[in-house]
Ligand binder design. Structure first.
Ligand SMILES: Cc1cc2nc3c(=O)[nH]c(=O)nc-3n(C[C@H](O)[C@H](O)[C@H](O)COP(=O)(O)OP(=O)(O)OC[C@H]3O[C@@H](n4cnc5c(N)ncnc54)[C@H](O)[C@@H]3O)c2cc1C
Length: 347
């Protein structure tokens, strides 16, 4: 564990997804007084899970990942975090092999990097990262960020620096129309996704961990949640394409029949699930990435998965960690800037 330095300054982090919590951890480790606000009933943001409820299935109550499907790790600092999670039994190596399903063609196996999953769902990892933070407030929706002559007001809480760790559109909702950081988060749109959980009585599909669905207007990816989580439960999670999600964003339940029909077709299933649930992600992934690993001026910092080469869990962690260490270094002028200490490898 990192030894903490004496308290210097106060930072408010808005957003308790993995980027916000990584940022808060870096600040806390450096002795900075930090408070986290998240509007969700639980932390985790897009590393989200739901429970199967009232299904009558033998595994009722089981957790399913409905946001991020898995994560990869290549940055040395993030790899250290992942190694510790594996040692503690929180994370498992899931697979380095996905199938590519191309309607009308035979499935093709694609080898890639190791994909990691969490036995208790990916949300549990964000909760684990937050475990030693003394001030994490949720559900606590922030409605305004106002700069003052002495710092920043996060609603009515005054801090020296405010960190906004969330998608651009959510930042635009809370910062003032004349805030200098606004120009940074005016960039391109984010794609939506619908995530369909399909729970069955038994497995009727072959031995695939996950599948990219090519040339489908309906589905983009299918995960075998039983293989992912390691309990072999007959549960699939299918992600829609962004065009379908945009079409049914107001009434996602209307997309269920279309998604189920495509699931049957591409997986060659003869039966429909016994229980389904659909989760809407209006802001799933950025279409345009920002330059650099974060934004920071004297009072406001911004981090998240749109700050790096590719939008993913690791990018979000690295962005939050680097921003937290940079703010800590600014508040402790004697210490070295983190950007000279770390290179970010997003490949
Ligand atoms: C369907 C889907 C599939 C994905 N698949 C993968 C994958 O397989 N692999 C991968 O690496 N990545 C995947 N991702 C991306 C991954 O989930 C994200 O990159 C990562 O979780 C982003 O973390 P973050 O902290 O930047 O943002 P978020 O997780 O979005 O966190 C933002 C937080 O801010 C909070 N917030 C927002 N507004 C306010 C407010 N006004 N007041 C208080 N709190 C607020 C939210 O509640 C949220 O907790 C996927 C995402 C989705 C949606």
């Amino acid at each position: 564990m990192t030894e903490r330095l004496p308290h210097k300054g106060r930072v408010g982090v808005v957003g308790g997804g993995i980027s916000g919590i990584a940022c808060a951890n870096a600040l806390h480790a450096a002795g900075v007084d930090v408070v986290v606000f998240d509007r969700g009933r639980r932390l985790g943001g897009r590393m989200a899970s739901r429970r199967i409820r009232d299904s009558g299935l033998p595994y009722d109550g089981r957790v399913v990942d409905v946001g991020a499907s898995y994560f990869t790790a290549s940055d040395p600092r993030f790899t250290d975090v992942v190694r510790e999670w594996i040692e503690r039994g929180l994370v498992r190596e899931w697979t380095d092999q996905f199938v590519v399903l191309d309607p009308g063609s035979d499935p093709v196996i694609k080898i890639g990097p190791m994909r990691f999953a969490a036995a208790a769902g990916l949300r549990s990892l964000v909760e684990d990262l937050a475990a030693e933070l003394p001030n994490v407030l949720f559900p606590q929706e922030v409605s305004s960020i106002e700069r003052t002559s002495t710092g920043v007001l996060i609603d009515d809480v005054e801090v020296d620096v405010a960190v906004l760790a969330m998608p651009d559109a959510q930042i635009r909702d809370i910062i003032s129309a004349d805030d200098p950081a606004l120009s940074v988060v005016q960039a391109g749109p984010w794609d939506p996704v619908l995530a369909l959980v399909a729970a069955y009585t038994q497995r009727t599909w072959g031995d695939i961990d996950g599948a990219f669905v090519n040339k489908s207007a309906v589905l983009s990816f299918i995960a075998d949640d039983g293989s992912r989580r390691g309990d072999n439960a007959p549960v699939l999670v299918a992600h829609s394409g962004s065009v379908l999600a945009a079409r049914f964003l107001d009434e996602p339940a209307r997309a269920i029949p279309l998604m189920l029909a495509e699931l049957r077709s591409v997986m060659g299933l003869q039966v429909d699930p016994d229980w389904v649930e659909i989760k809407r992600w209006s802001l799933a992934r950025p279409r345009v990435m920002h330059d650099g690993p974060f934004y920071l001026d004297a009072q406001v910092g911004i981090c998240g998965d749109s700050w790096g080469a590719v939008s993913r869990v690791e990018t979000a962690w690295v962005s939050g960690d680097l921003l937290g260490r940079q703010i800590a270094s600014n508040l402790n002028p004697g210490s070295t800037s983190v950007l000279s200490l770390t290179t970010v490898d997003d490949d």
